[in-house]
Design a protein around this ligand. Structure first.
Ligand code: LLP
Length: 439
């Protein structure tokens, strides 16, 4: 069994995270419950930052908060001295409410509304990562009307797509995000940005994919950007002071996943940039990255209580848990794989193979198809590992199932950071027909 971060099996044969017995967490807070190993988040953030320090370049590590956002997570990110990438007014609102330094916030998204752009201007955030011409015009107009300024990056589609071990160079990328590199859209966007009296173009952003285990895709993305730098300098007089290469650094979900340590991704990126800047005779720009999954993914574990079981002789043994696609959409959406263990009998031999079903009214609501476990009993607590990224953040109320609670654990203590949704919460926004007013 692979244990992440501070997770271990204690003398009582139970799974412990951050020095806290998870079966006690299940009793105290109920299930399903997201448990975050804060020490592991700290370690990852340090790993990325230290790697940049070792390379001796100016940098920003921005937490891609779409992976998991709540007030406490933004507070923790601030404490860890990382910047924040937000992709909506909701994430921006939460980050600001958590007291994040607005100057450290970067705003992403392919369809930011006028209201969202206005929020960014009002809060005077660090930069807007402009995705398209419409947004460029909108932001310029808003800033002009209010005599405000805004730093921007331009998001480009570098024509590199990377996923785990494979990457493909697509040349022209068919993506909803960013300015297309090959068709000269980027040059046009650079020209417009530089002509703006209100926008300050800091640099270029690219993001090549998710759950990446190799550095080749990043190297190719850097090379693609540098292929065009000469032209941008010659034609537009533009030399970037920031290059942001996005996120996508992989984590180990299951056996066979072989991510690199944060330092390996960072040093390869930085070294490639250094070599190419030297070749082109320009200064090394600030290098920014945006890890999401690799900061919080394997720090998160979901605790479920096992309820019903169903044995189909010679076919399959199902066990059902008290959550499912309502708190983890990833298996249904991406066929994502997970490992898990019985939290209350963690070192017992795994003699059986179970298929773990959620409780939603949908056959596709399966969390794991083949999970080796001991013979389970009702009320056992199942811990599913690596649910920290895109688990709670994609949780939903399908079947009107309340969203779980979230706790942080560290040094033998637990702290509730998101309350469990109640049935009252579920009807909070509903307007009953009996309240209808006569028109
Ligand atoms: N930066 C940009 C511009 C992004 O689009 C993303 C992720 C990230 C950073 C962070 O990527 P990470 O380091 O977390 O891989 N829901 C999917 C993942 C969607 C990722 C979208 N963009 C999943 O559950 O796997």
């Amino acid at each position: 069994m692979y244990l992440h971060g501070t997770s271990k099996i204690n003398v009582a044969n139970r799974l412990e995270i951050g020095g806290v017995d998870t079966t006690e967490l299940a009793v105290e807070y109920g299930t399903p419950l997201f448990v975050y190993d804060v020490a592991l988040i700290r370690q990852r953030a340090e790993g990325f930052k230290q790697a940049f320090e070792n390379e001796g370049v100016a940098y920003q590590v921005a937490y891609a908060s779409k992976a998991f956002s709540c007030l406490a997570m933004y507070e923790l990110a601030s404490e860890l001295d990382v910047s924040i990438d937000v992709v909506s007014g909701g994430e921006l609102y939460t980050a600001l409410a958590a007291g994040v330094d607005p100057g450290r916030i970067h705003f992403h998204g392919n369809n930011k509304s006028r209201d969202e752009l206005q929020m960014a201007i009002d809060a005077d955030i660090g930069c807007v990562v402009v995705d398209n011409f419409y947004e460029l015009r909108e932001l310029e107009a808003l800033c002009a009307a209010q005599r405000r300024g805004m730093d921007i990056l331009l998001r480009i589609t570098p024509g590199v797509e990377a996923h785990t071990h494979e990457f493909i160079s697509t040349g022209q990328e068919d993506s909803k995000f960013g300015f297309d590199l090959e068709s000269n859209q980027v040059s046009e966007a650079i020209r417009l940005s530089m002509a703006s009296a209100h926008l300050t173009l800091l640099g270029i952003h690219s993001h090549i994919g998710s759950q990446i285990f190799e550095t080749d895709g990043f190297v190719l993305a850097v090379e693609k950007v540098f292929e065009h730098l000469g032209q941008w300098r010659a034609e537009e007089g533009f030399v970037p002071s920031v290059l942001n290469f996005g996120g996508g650094f992989g984590i180990r979900y299951v056996e066979g996943d072989t991510p690199l340590p944060p330092s390996a991704y960072v040093s390869k990126l930085v070294q490639t940039v250094k070599t190419l800047t030297q070749q082109q005779g320009i200064d090394v720009p600030e290098i920014w990255i945006e890890p999401g999954r690799s900061l919080v993914g394997d720090a998160g574990t979901t605790l479920y209580t096992i309820g019903s079981t169903k044995d189909i002789p010679n076919v399959r043994r199902y066990l059902s848990v008290d959550g499912g696609m309502s708190d983890n959409l990833r298996p249904a959406l991406y066929d994502a794989k997970y490992e898990g263990v019985l939290a209350n009998r963690a070192s017992e031999p795994t003699t059986e193979v179970y298929s773990v079903a959620g409780k939603c009214c949908e056959s596709g609501d399966m969390l794991v198809w083949d999970l080796p476990l001991p013979e389970v009993q009702h009320e056992d607590v199942l811990a599913m590992f690596c649910t920290g990224a895109y688990g709670y953040s994609m949780a939903n109320n399908y079947n009107r199932i309340p969203r779980p609670a979230v706790v942080f654990v560290e040094n033998g203590k637990s702290q509730l950071v998101v309350k469990r949704e109640t049935y009252e919460d579920l009807v909070r926004l509903d307007v009953p027909l009996k309240e209808k007013v006569e028109l």
